[in-house]
Write a protein that binds this ligand. Structure first.
Ligand SMILES: Nc1ncnc2c1ncn2[C@@H]1O[C@H](COP(=O)(O)OP(=O)(O)OP(=O)(O)O)[C@@H](O)[C@H]1O
Length: 239
């Protein structure tokens, strides 16, 4: 079974082509970085993967479930962290998690256990009754990541999850999600335009103007060249 499989995916906004015949697979437990500059098509791909948009052109499989034929089963296996924060700042940490667990049909003892597990993963059990507004940017993002895992998905999608964070916090969040895939067996698709978030052993997809230019292990693709330079020579643009 694959973690994530996309085949011949295309999408246009009217006459504007945003994705053109994109195909790739991510194996279970793999961290895959999707690198592309503004306008490359990353958000459009995420909108299709999360079924915000649908298209007749191409197929998407999440943990073996076809998105068009079995959307509920496919979405159940997916956790999502969007570019824009979606926490309620005026609710406590625990209430934010409660609300999300309920959206996924979790209640009672199961919900409590999953939420405690999420809080422990964050080291935030003792801060569960604090308002999210009082947390710093890094803790808020970690909370969103933990929340996206409450229903135990096999695949985690993150759309530029470090936007607006300082360098040290970006590094900590990047390490945290790499760790989730390495030790927790989670399949990760991490969209970014920041090459320093990508490790040599990651799978790397380079998306440019809606086309997938490269797909392989980051270290092998860049060779002895820094990834930012490799990207520039490939696309003529900075990442
Ligand atoms: N609603 C829309 N209507 C028309 N064109 C759009 C629309 N949304 C995106 N596009 C165009 O589709 C292309 C892909 O955009 P998309 O937002 O998917 O790229 P992106 O890689 O996510 O960029 P960013 O990092 O800026 O979010 C771009 O050329 C963009 O201008």
């Amino acid at each position: 079974m694959t973690g994530l499989r996309v085949q011949n995916l295309s999408f246009s906004y009217g006459a504007k082509t945003a994705l053109s015949d994109v195909s790739f697979e991510v194996a279970p437990g793999r961290f895959c970085a999707l690198l592309g500059p503004n306008g490359a098509g990353k958000s459009t791909l995420f909108a299709l993967l999360t079924r915000l948009f649908t298209t007749p052109d191409g197929t998407i499989e999440i943990a073996g479930h076809d998105m068009a034929r079995e959307p509920r089963a496919a979405l159940r296996q997916m956790g999502v962290v969007f570019q824009q924060p979606t926490l309620d700042l005026d609710l406590t940490v625990r209430r934010n998690l409660d609300y999300f667990a309920a959206l996924h049909g979790l209640s009672g003892r199961t919900a409590r256990a999953r939420i405690d597990e999420a809080l422990d993963r964050l080291g935030m059990r003792d801060r569960a009754s604090e308002l999210v507004r009082t947390l710093n940017g890094g803790h808020r993002r970690r909370l969103e990541i933990a929340r996206s895992l409450c229903h135990h998905p096999r695949v985690l999608l993150l759309d530029e999850p470090t936007v607006g964070l300082d360098a040290a916090t970006r590094q900590a969040i990047t390490d945290h999600v790499h760790d989730l895939s390495e030790t927790g067996g989670l399949t990760v698709l991490w969209a970014t335009h920041l090459t320093d978030e990508i490790r040599d052993r990651d799978q790397l997809l380079i998306l440019h103007r809606g086309r997938l230019l490269e797909n392989g292990e980051a270290g092998a693709l860049r060779g002895a060249t820094p990834l930012a330079t490799h990207f520039l020579s490939l696309t003529g643009e900075a990442a």
